[in-house]
Design a protein around this ligand. Structure first.
Ligand SMILES: [Zn+2]
Length: 377
């Protein structure tokens, strides 16, 4: 029984508007995105992983749900070799090709603040394949449609299902490092990954008293405690399976999660955060941690920048063919330098680009333009 009223402190509509505004500024719309930008990145690149909690029938059953910007390795394996899924992978057939907006809303569905997020997603391909073929209405199709009508809900199309999500911050997955490590392991086996965990300067609270509010706050605080995962990773790093860097203000800063003072521009809250951060950064031990972590990451970056995918990954690079006599009129964008080079060589004559391939590549090259937030007047 769900005894908590569906009251929320903030409007989901306002959150949705804010998220859309950021997506419009920051996301690059690609041909494969259809209507709205997807969370998915190009093959063999990765934007990231978002962890949410999937609710079932409004019960807080903690089913962790991973949104991935890539196709899980085991998924590829299954397609190629019809083999089984690597055990331990979370929802490998769901959460793929989802819009950025849906992923952002599922990951921020904080109870009490914005409420749970309800949406309709395509069900996993493996599940879909197992379904009895249907000419629209038979078997489960009919019974589900009837049930939906009884509940006054709209019909969910074949191959899709309803999902209800909650922000993973309100669970022990508030620190997603462990989940991420498991994911890396299942994809890359024994490769030693670097885990950089950035904390949120969460204070170690003592909730004194037994009032209902205090009890709820204490419960939520305990539930979202990131230290347990951190401590485990910190101990197990000595086994040499991964490198681990944790950057966090251990004592914590006393700022409520939704503090924003004064309401007009939040300037007092921002100043408080900046001052606390600057003071923390001056500590010798913290400086040392930053240098150690940076050296490690720069070393890896230098190796990665020698790979062909680097420019696409780091600069959002793409090519638009502007060479004369191009046989393509609409579909004239390439994300990969080699693919674009092949287009020039195969579909153009050398006279189209005056036999100067490098110059043509340079002229047609575009990089992602970061659009910052317009200054409020
Ligand atoms: Zn062309």
């Amino acid at each position: 029984m769900n005894t908590l009223a569906p009251w929320t402190k903030y409007s989901r509509k306002t959150l949705e508007k804010a998220v859309k505004e950021v997506i419009n500024r920051r996301a690059q719309v690609r041909i494969e995105d259809d209507i709205e930008p997807l969370f998915q990145t190009e093959i063999d690149t990765c934007r990231g992983v978002v962890l949410a909690i999937r609710m079932r029938d409004a019960q807080a059953v903690t089913n962790r749900f991973l949104f991935r910007s890539y196709t899980p390795y085991s998924e590829k394996k299954r397609r190629n070799a019809q083999s089984n899924v690597t055990p331990g992978l979370k929802n490998p057939h769901e959460g793929i090709r989802i819009s950025l907006l849906k992923v952002a809303l599922a990951g921020t569905a904080a109870p009490f603040y914005f409420g749970h997020y309800h949406t309709v997603l395509s069900i996993g391909q493996e599940q879909a394949a197992r379904r009895v073929p249907t000419n629209i209405m038979n078997g489960t199709g009919i019974s589900r449609a009837k049930t939906d009508r009884r509940k006054g809900k709209s019909h969910v199309p074949e191959g899709k299902s309803r999902y209800e999500f909650q922000d993973a911050g309100f669970s022990s997955a508030n620190n997603p490092c462990n989940e991420l490590y498991r994911e890396i392991q299942s994809h890359h086996g024994d490769n030693m990954p670097v885990l950089v965990s950035i904390g949120t300067a969460r204070p170690k609270e003592d909730f004194v008293g037994e009032s209902p509010r205090t009890n709820i706050m204490r419960g939520l605080h305990q539930l979202g405690n990131p230290d347990e995962v951190h401590e485990n990773l910190d101990i197990e790093k000595d086994d040499g399976k991964y490198s681990y860097h944790r950057l966090n203000h251990e004592k914590g800063i006393k700022i409520e999660m939704d503090e924003w003072k004064p309401k007009k521009d939040g300037s007092a809250t921002i100043t408080k955060m900046r001052t606390e951060f600057d003071n923390w950064l001056k500590e010798a031990e913290v400086q040392g941690k930053f240098i150690e972590c940076a050296e490690h990451l720069v070393r890896l970056r230098r190796v990665r920048m020698t790979t062909p995918r680097w420019e696409r990954f780091a600069l959002g690079q793409y090519f638009v063919c502007q060479v004369q006599n191009c046989p393509k009129d609409r579909d004239n964008q390439w994300l990969d330098r080699v693919d674009f080079e092949n287009h020039l060589k195969r579909e153009h004559g050398v006279e189209d680009y005056s036999d100067n391939l490098e110059r043509a590549l340079d002229t047609c090259r575009r990089i992602f333009n970061y659009r910052s937030r317009p200054e409020s007047s």
